[in-house]
Design a protein. Structure first.
Length: 335
């Protein structure tokens, strides 16, 4: 039976579309928050430049990807089940890495994580708001995101049956990624407290990445030999190929657990949590350095004033020498 939907393809497109939409959203947010530094006409021109650059870069990237994909799909031969499992495993591992990267980037885009490269500053909009800079940055990033989709899909192009799942999976991934990007853009502009949103989104993506990594490694296990089975759930309800449990399959659920699956699940989960912890430590360090840098220091004038006061006080405290006179001398002096 030919699959019309491949979750690995869905995640690849969702991830790239989400990244592209977030890049566009960041530029739009900066332009719209420029305030009095830009007139309404200048803002409209910059926003229009973003839209035009996005469309042109997407069209160019799609044409280049199609020029590579069509010959690969036409010249490809039918693969056996082992080769298909290897291709699927590789694609899931790639998707797992992409989703983990996105999980680490989301808190940064929401302003929760900081790094030394992105210095905290009270002055925003420091980059040059020109049409040329907007066109270059948006076009380059969108072309890169769309081009990455084509690179990640090369294993599917080499397998004719797997390539059939690309169109519908791509549409679903674009919709999911676009909606997620719009939600983050809306939250970035409207929500004041973004910590809960960052924790939920990053945690969900990390769990998804863990499931993809575990499933991808299990595909290699099916080809090169399975490790011992730890436990297995019986019954159609628990089957990963039936509702409702198939819904949580992308997040690491399986009705059968082997030793390799358990090792992959927990090792990838702990690895991602350690990366998030490292990001948080860097954020605390950067914020502490920023606070120390901007802490008010005693002024020179105040120090000088304090010094003068001390000098005056010390002058008043000097002993006064009074010459003692006898009574006859005082009378004579008065006369």
């Amino acid at each position: 039976m030919v699959k019309l939907i491949d979750f690995a393809v869905v995640t690849i497109f969702a991830r790239e579309v989400l990244e592209g939409s977030l890049i566009i959203g960041e530029f739009r947010t900066i332009i719209l928050r420029a305030g009095g530094s830009l007139t309404e006409e200048e803002q409209n021109n910059l926003l229009r430049a973003i839209n035009v650059a996005t469309v042109i870069a997407t069209i160019v990237a799609v044409i280049l990807c199609a020029a590579v994909a069509i010959p690969l799909a036409v010249l490809s031969m039918d693969f056996d089940s082992r080769t298909s499992s290897i291709i699927e495993g590789v694609s899931k591992l790639v998707a797992a890495v992409c989703i983990l990267q996105l999980s680490l980037k989301l808190p940064k885009w929401l302003g929760i994580y900081q790094s030394h490269k992105t210095q905290i500053s009270d002055e925003e909009n420091e980059f040059d708001l020109t049409i040329n800079s907007i066109r270059f940055n948006v076009a380059w990033n969108i072309w890169r995101e769309v081009g990455e989709c084509g690179v990640f899909l090369i294993p599917f192009f080499l397998n004719g049956e797997e390539a059939i799942a690309i169109p519908l999976s791509a549409v679903i991934g674009c919709v999911v990624g676009g909606l997620a990007g719009w939600g983050i853009y809306y939250a970035n502009g409207r929500m004041k407290n973004k910590l809960s949103l960052a924790i939920f989104s990053a945690g969900l993506l990390h769990l998804l990445s863990t499931g993809l990594f575990t499933s991808g490694c299990h595909k290699f296990e099916m080809v090169f030999g399975s490790t011992p089975v730890v436990w297995q759930l019986e019954g159609d309800f628990w089957s990963i190929d039936r509702l409702p449990m198939t819904i949580i399959k992308p997040f690491g659920y399986s009705d059968t657990r082997t030793v390799l699956q358990m090792l992959c699940f927990w090792s990838w989960m702990i690895f991602g949590l350690l990366l998030h912890y490292r990001k948080w430590l860097i954020t605390k360090r950067v914020r502490a350095e920023h606070a120390a840098k901007n802490s008010p220091a005693p002024s020179t004038a105040e120090e000088g004033a304090d010094s003068d006061c001390d000098d005056e006080g010390s002058g008043d405290s000097l002993p006064v020498i009074v010459e003692e006179k006898t009574a006859p001398e005082m009378i004579a002096y008065a006369v």
